[in-house]
Design a protein around this ligand. Structure first.
Ligand code: ADP
Ligand code: MG
Length: 720
């Protein structure tokens, strides 16, 4: 068989060689010609336009200036030096004055000076390509690309084998640049790569799909993404590549789901059982419409004979815990055990306390297992899990230990799933000695934008609690700077005198725990000074305390023995204190949107009007300012998550950082390409509906592509 030129080692590409190959591999991950062609420009420049110096402004992107070199000055560390000194390497900076008759521009070089100096001839005309800025009132360009006018004209004459009016700009590292792989060189390498390998690029989408969706062929797309014939061709190329990327992602996720939904691999739990009924009937409130709907969805899964793999999303305080308890009771009512996993000890304790309350009268035994469970206690729990006398176990990572064995685990509920790794989940499944995978319910209070959820959890069914229990009053959110602190303290005193309680949260940054601790201590002293005992009682919780200390202080606050809880963001994931009506967040600009939202969710749980006060510094970055404004403008977690994703990109969103995206996207963006994603998903869905196993001849390419390694995304249902 003929060798595919795409697989050619990059060092054999004209213009590369062993040295550059090493660099391209290390810096860009490009080992073959095919890899190189998958590096797309992040921007394009219209090389046909020249800007007069008088019209150039620092807010412009990359531009071209055409002008004569009128003066060249060299500088060493002690000021001006002569060209003689070039040989001694003492030159630090070269300043080139350029004029085009409309004004003057300074081109500045800090590196590669010798070479550039030898290239530039006074009074000759050149084209300077770079980002304009202004320095001491004069137009300035740092490290522009420089072309002799003759070369430049040659380029535009179409002498080159690939003709394009838009020039791609690639992300290059400093290492690449300093080894001579500049933007211009990169363009040339791409050109060579296309010449040698374009004919070998095989279509990756079936023809019927190209026609149906009006997509351009892959060869056209690859050629025009690097060297667009014009703007329209570029748009078409982009659309095709984005569509393909999102389409295959969805196809692989949905295929897994289809395969699973055809398997009768789940534990059948046909009834709701007595425990469920007793608990349900004795609830002091009625469930919200959303809670009822979600429980019905869950119930249908559990009685279907197929394994449940469901994600439950709901804002803080929407009543997920309640749903978790009722779900666990269905498992117990059918003769199985349930486990509820929490990411932290504090949260596990809180879950256990809440859950135990609901179990009164049901006869179901629950237990709590965490890292700090005592040996004797632990032994009893292990025994109870093995003989089946414990129906519901609440715990942390301690549940993963090898000596924890269940009699018949039928359901695993995972709270804030992103803190557990896939492997740990797999270990949990293996603990079920009945030989069948337990039903899985993943709960998250981190609202995830729809496009992201489709991708992160494309293989899970999603339930959303989009309704808060009745009687919740909106939380009023206020931003304030240091000058307002006395007024803020007065406000807190008023609230406390009305019998309310107050959270004051300090940021915790992992790189500098010591410094944060100091921040917290200083803050605490300030609070203690402003709120002296008596009459005020202040508790403090932070990461350097032992679990007992934390619990002691948290309990004091929860029980109303303290008016103020000063804390690092550890309270983010938990405590439920309905009487707390004010959340003060110090240095709020240091928190992400979703963290701020989570923290705010700690108040507004009781029937009193609640407040969230965001204390910030006086000078905020644009992004911080926007975050604070958004917090004051909306309480809707999904809206905030959408905005967060737009500002920071999907990879940095809270809740996605650890689990990561199933595959890396090269060109599509979850934040910006929601419409294409929807279309791609629908398209994948209808193909799978007609051909769930992708075995029709016309879907051969699809079957081959999704069987590639990169599409083997994690599978929550996996037992081993
Ligand atoms: P989440 O886990 O989603 O943050 P919780 O389950 O902890 O929310 O519920 C928050 C509070 O609301 C709890 O005090 C709970 O008892 C209460 N709650 C839950 N469901 C309802 C409901 N349908 N009506 C009234 N209160 C409810
Ligand atoms: Mg909760």
């Amino acid at each position: 068989m003929e060798k595919n030129a795409l697989d050619t080692d990059i060092q054999y590409l004209p213009g590369v060689g062993p040295k550059r190959a090493l660099l391209l591999r290390k810096e860009l991950g490009a080992g073959t010609v095919g890899d190189l062609l998958k590096i797309y420009p992040f921007r394009y420049i219209d090389r046909s336009s020249i800007i007069p110096i008088k019209d150039a402004a620092p807010d412009m992107a990359y531009i071209q200036i055409r002008g004569k070199v009128s003066e060249i000055n060299l500088f060493g560390s002690k000021g001006s030096i002569s060209p003689e000194d070039l040989k001694f390497n003492t030159v630090k900076r070269m300043s080139v004055t350029v004029t085009d008759g409309t004004g003057y521009m300074e081109a500045v070089f800090f590196k590669g000076i010798k070479w550039m100096y030898s290239k530039l001839v006074p009074d000759e005309e050149y084209v300077f390509f770079g980002k304009p800025s202004v320095f001491k009132g004069r137009l300035n360009m740092v490290h522009p690309e420089v072309d002799k006018v003759r070369d430049q004209e040659k380029r535009q004459d179409g002498k080159s084998s690939i003709n394009s009016s838009l020039t791609g700009v690639y992300t290059l590292t400093e290492k690449l640049r300093s080894s001579g792989i500049t933007g211009k060189v990169m363009n040339r390498l791409m050109e060579n790569a296309l010449i040698s390998a374009l004919p070998d690029i095989e279509e990756t989408l079936p023809e019927y799909l190209l026609i149906e969706k009006g997509l351009v062929p892959l060869q056209f797309a690859v050629r025009n993404i690097h060297f667009p014939k014009d703007q329209t061709a570029l748009e078409k190329a982009r659309y095709r590549l984005k569509f393909e990327e999102l389409f295959y992602l969805q196809l692989s996720l949905l295929k897994q789901k289809y395969v699973r939904s055809r398997n009768e691999n789940g534990i059948r739990m046909p009834k709701v059982g007595d425990a469920f009924r007793i608990c349900y009937d004795s609830l002091p409130f009625s469930l919200t419409g959303a809670q009822k709907r979600v429980i019905t969805e869950i119930r249908n899964d559990m009685k279907s004979g197929r394994q449940m793999n469901r994600l439950l999303q709901g804002d803080v305080g929407s009543g997920k815990t309640m749903v978790a308890v009722l779900t666990a009771l269905i498992a117990v009512g059918n003769g199985y055990q349930a486990c509820i996993m929490a990411p932290t000890e504090v949260l596990a304790q809180q879950h256990f306390k809440n859950i135990s309350r609901y179990l009164d009268g049901t006869g179901v035994k629950a237990a709590l297992l965490t890292g700090s469970s005592k040996t004797g206690e632990r032994r009893d729990i292990h025994a109870g899990l093995e003989d089946g006398s414990i129906g519901i176990i609440v715990g942390t990572h301690a549940l993963f230990e090898d000596n924890v064995v269940f009699r018949n685990l039928g359901l695993a509920i995972i709270d804030e799933q992103h803190r557990f790794g896939v492997e740990q989940r797999a270990r949990l499944w293996r603990k079920s000695s009945c030989g069948m995978a337990p039903h899985i319910l993943v709960m998250t209070a981190t609202p995830i934008p729809r496009t992201l959820a489709m991708t992160l959890y494309g293989d899970l069914d999603v339930s959303v609690i989009d309704e808060l229990p009745p009687g919740r009053k909106p939380v009023q959110t206020i931003a304030a700077t240091e000058g307002k602190r006395p007024a803020m303290f007065r406000f807190l005193k008023d609230q406390i005198s009305l019998g309310r309680q107050v959270f004051i949260v300090y940021p915790l940054i992992f790189e500098s725990e010591k410094m944060d601790y100091k921040n917290l201590e200083t803050g605490y002293e300030q609070i203690a000074g402003a709120f002296p005992f008596p009459p005020y009682k202040t508790a403090i919780v932070h990461g350097q305390q032992s679990n007992e200390e934390k619990k002691f202080n948290m309990d004091a606050f929860a029980a109303g023995r303290a008016d103020i809880l000063v804390a690092t963001s550890v309270i983010e994931v938990g405590v439920d204190v309905p009487n707390a009506s004010v959340m003060v967040i110090e240095s709020a600009e240091r928190f992400g949107l979703s963290q701020l939202h989570q923290l705010r969710g700690r108040v507004g749980r009781g029937s009193e009007k609640s407040y969230c006060i965001l204390m910030t510094g006086n000078r905020l970055s644009r992004e911080s300012k926007r975050r604070i404004q958004l917090m004051c403008a909306t309480e809707n977690g999904f809206e905030l998550a959408e905005e967060d994703m737009k500002m920071r990109g999907p990879g940095n969103l809270e809740g996605t950082r650890q689990s990561g995206l199933p595959i890396e996207l090269n060109i599509a963006s979850l934040a910006k390409d929601g419409l294409i994603l929807n279309d791609a998903r629908q398209c994948a869905q209808s193909i799978l509906k007609a051909d769930p196993t992708l075995s029709l001849p016309r879907n051969r390419i699809l079957a081959e592509t999704v069987s590639q390694d990169k599409y083997k995304v994690r599978d929550y249902s996996q037992i081993s």
